[in-house]
Design a protein around this ligand. Structure first.
Ligand SMILES: O=C(O)[C@H](O)[C@@H](O)[C@H](O)[C@H](O)COP(=O)(O)O
Length: 237
């Protein structure tokens, strides 16, 4: 069982403040100790305020590699693109000098890009310093969706860092079922994982996740159950 640290707050503002301070500290510590830092970033609405505030901090951003945790297989200028979201919210202000490792390549299908994306991710220094994750009420994290095509390999491969995923269409995926995602193997190879969730529904989902075992039913369980890396769960109503 991994070290699960639950940091539950009274409101989102206090949560974001603490999250910002801790993330900034982790990046600065990494730069001090190893002259560089790696920040793995998810899409989703919950980390948006964190990214916006982080972009204004005094971290030595030219020493930071930012890499995508997951991506929808859409054009880079699409509103559904996580890369676009990261460029608009994080890679600006002082953080505009950081290096971005993207997942979306000009290939028609995610599966056709898997090999090259894996090679590019192999060049990122690991363990990653901070990995930011979200969670959906279907139990997905990153783009590790229950019942998706490719999920078994993404949760069990010991070599792969990134996997192409074809999710079952649902309210959560919308029309964006074709994805690229970090594998569990890559996510676990972090110094610290931060899971960001808000609202009562997500709290209920989280409680259901920690109460059960089946990682294919709720892929977030695989992150909560791994024993390699501490996970800090940030929650606010
Ligand atoms: O591309 C994405 O959408 C994400 O990387 C995904 O895994 C997200 O983190 C969760 O769906 C939670 O999203 P919210 O923070 O918007 O609830």
């Amino acid at each position: 069982m991994t070290k699960l640290i639950e940091r539950f707050f009274d409101d989102q503002q206090t949560m974001q403040k603490s999250l910002l301070a801790n993330t900034e500290y982790q990046l600065e510590k990494a730069i001090q100790q190893r002259s560089e830092a790696t920040l793995m970033v998810s899409g989703g609405s919950t980390p948006k305020p964190l990214y916006q505030s982080l972009s204004n901090t005094n971290v030595a951003w030219n020493k930071v590699t930012v890499a995508m945790v997951d991506e929808r297989w859409v054009a880079e200028d699409s509103e559904a693109s996580n890369e676009r979201f990261i460029r608009l919210n994080l890679l600006r202000n002082r953080a505009r000098n950081s290096r971005l490792v993207k997942m979306k390549l000009p290939k028609e299908q995610a599966t056709l890009a898997e090999e090259v994306v894996n090679r590019q991710y192999q060049a990122i220094k690991a363990p990653y310093d901070v990995t930011i994750l979200g969670m959906g009420n279907d139990g997905h994290t990153a783009s590790l969706f229950p019942d998706a095509q490719g999920i078994e390999e993404a949760l069990t491969s010991k070599e792969r860092l990134c996997s192409a995923i074809n999710a079952k269409a649902s309210d959560v995926t919308g029309e964006f079922t074709e994805r690229m995602t970090l594998t569990l193997n890559a996510i676990s190879n972090s110094r610290l994982i931060k899971l960001l969730i808000t609202g009562q529904d997500k709290l209920n989902t989280y409680k259901k996740a920690i109460a059960g075992q089946d990682i294919f039913e709720m892929p977030i369980r695989a992150v909560l159950q791994q024993s390699q890396t501490p996970v800090i769960v940030y929650w606010a109503p």
